[in-house]
Design a protein. Structure first.
Length: 490
């Protein structure tokens, strides 16, 4: 059965299946093509009734490289109207709303990923809105004469669209929760910190992210300049728009590989490498127009006053990057301290982990250290920074993938919290992923979006309560691994 809703841009027709209606690919801003790809998002409108029964276009992106292309769903759908949202709703009025920002290192991903289907949230009384935003150089490259952080400007525009339109889908604009994983979680932390997003949401969920991600614009500009140089064009909106999107993505890919292989701060900028480590060639930047400080500093100063936060990570985040790539197997005991020093890890931290994990291989120790430095510690620091200004809660996802060596790796929780295990195709989940864990974890996300309380004690420095999701038993823990984490000063 078709359903029609009137939005600020025009009428859209969705498709009802059972008790849930999906409106897919609704533009919230005009198509950012040509030089407009490097400008702020603009309003959009259309005549007649727009069909919203099929997934819309996705932002231009290079796709994942092997072996990650086999592990992650990443549909690429052509089209220019890729600044769009998907909305799943059960109908009614005054319903809580969860706005989802996808991950992908600010250069991959979309709202069309299979695991991000919002049917289960709508089934359980929460409207799910999945957002596309500009990626790569188009979204986050520092271009002279163009506004920086265009991907984040898109996110703010999408949140304003939600405020203007969600009531027509049955939602309450005063009950909006923003959520994201990885780069999406970094986006959520950034949105918590900037004046432009203030008042556009009430709660926030930060999954496997950090509030410490923001490079200096002067550093980040070197990446865009290098891409333009390889293309033989001026580093400007006109210059970059003069080449095909395919050529732009190809040059961006080459530069990203070079940064990953040779993360030299002297060449790429100290703050760019310190934040991205060669893994994220583009990222949000402090431009003093949208972003004025590193998010954690602004949050500690009260930028997200009154916002309740659910934040967490997986137990073995970084194994996702070290095991499939072969890095974990290649690292020797002699290489370990050198590799971690190159990632900015103090030698005393490395020594403590080596001494405390005598039965683990150098690759396993490396994964553990970087998991904590990149995800665990930033999550705790975010909770501590928000504690005086809102109510933060901590979780950890500990169920282990059946794939050898990955453990509870980065991104593994997604099909559980969306309750999409039955349609997930990634081998990360295997054939026996526990639906009971998906039921319980998804229910927590629904409860938090509805009430702001996930059902366990909030963060306090003295107790650090952490809900650990696992199977067959999830458990609330007090300051897990406190002895090991003290080396980080928390």
């Amino acid at each position: 059965m078709d359903a029609i809703v009137v939005t600020s841009g025009g009428q859209v027709k969705g498709r009802t299946d059972g008790e849930v209606t999906a409106f897919l690919g609704i533009p919230y801003a005009a198509a950012p093509v040509g030089e407009k790809a490097f400008q702020a998002p603009e309003p959009v409108s259309w005549d007649g009734v727009r069909d919203a029964t099929e997934l819309g276009a996705t932002a231009p992106q290079p796709g994942y490289e092997p072996p990650y292309d086999a592990l992650l769903s990443n549909p690429v759908i052509p089209g220019s109207d890729f600044l769009n949202v998907n909305v799943w709703t059960p109908g009614g009025s005054g319903l809580p709303v969860l706005v989802w920002f996808h991950g992908g290192a600010f250069r991959n991903g979309s709202n069309a990923v299979r695991e991000y289907d919002g049917t289960a949230f709508a089934r359980d009384g929460v409207i799910l809105v999945g957002v596309n935003y500009r990626l790569g150089i188009q979204g986050f490259g520092v271009i002279p004469g163009s506004p920086s952080n265009r991907g984040l400007l898109d996110q703010v525009a999408a949140l304003r669209w939600v405020q203007e339109n969600i009531a027509a889908f049955g939602g309450d604009p005063a009950r909006v929760t923003i959520a994201g994983e990885s780069a999406g979680a970094m986006s959520v932390a950034t949105l918590m910190s900037i004046p432009a997003a203030k008042g556009l949401f009430r709660r926030a969920i930060v999954q496997s992210g950090s509030a410490g991600v923001a490079a200096l614009a002067s550093d980040a500009g070197t990446v865009s300049a290098e891409v333009a140089k390889r293309l033989g064009v001026e580093c400007s909106a006109a210059g970059l728009a003069s080449v095909s999107v395919e050529d732009l993505l190809a040059a961006q890919r080459v530069v990203a590989i070079e940064m990953r292989l040779k993360p030299d701060p002297a060449r790429w900028g100290v703050s760019t490498i310190a934040v991205g480590g060669g893994i994220m060639p583009v990222m949000p930047v402090i431009d003093n127009e949208l972003i004025f400080d590193v998010p954690i500093n602004a949050i500690a100063a009260g930028a997200a006053e009154g916002v309740d936060v659910l934040a967490g990570s997986t137990s073995d985040e970084f194994s996702f990057f070290t095991v499939p790539s072969g890095l974990a197997a290649a690292v020797t005991a002699e290489m370990l301290p050198v590799a971690l020093a190159g990632m900015g890890v103090p030698p005393e931290v490395t020594a403590a982990y080596v001494a405390g994990r005598p039965d683990q291989s150098p690759g396993e120790v490396l994964s553990a250290v970087v998991t904590d430095s990149t995800f665990t510690i930033p999550t705790i620091k975010l909770a501590a920074a928000q504690r005086p200004h809102g109510t933060p809660y901590l979780y950890e996802f500990a169920w282990r993938s059946p794939l050898e060596g990955l453990g509870a790796c980065h991104s593994l929780e997604l099909a559980f919290m969306f309750d999409t295990l039955s349609t997930a195709t990634s081998p990360l989940y295997g054939d026996a992923a526990p639906q009971e864990l998906a039921d319980s974890m998804h229910a927590v996300w629904v409860t938090f979006a509805t009430t702001g309380d996930p059902g366990w004690p909030s963060y306090e420095e003295s107790t650090r309560a952490v809900m650990t999701f696992d199977h067959p038993t999830s458990a609330l823990k007090s300051a897990p691994r406190a002895a090991e984490l003290t080396v980080w000063g928390v």
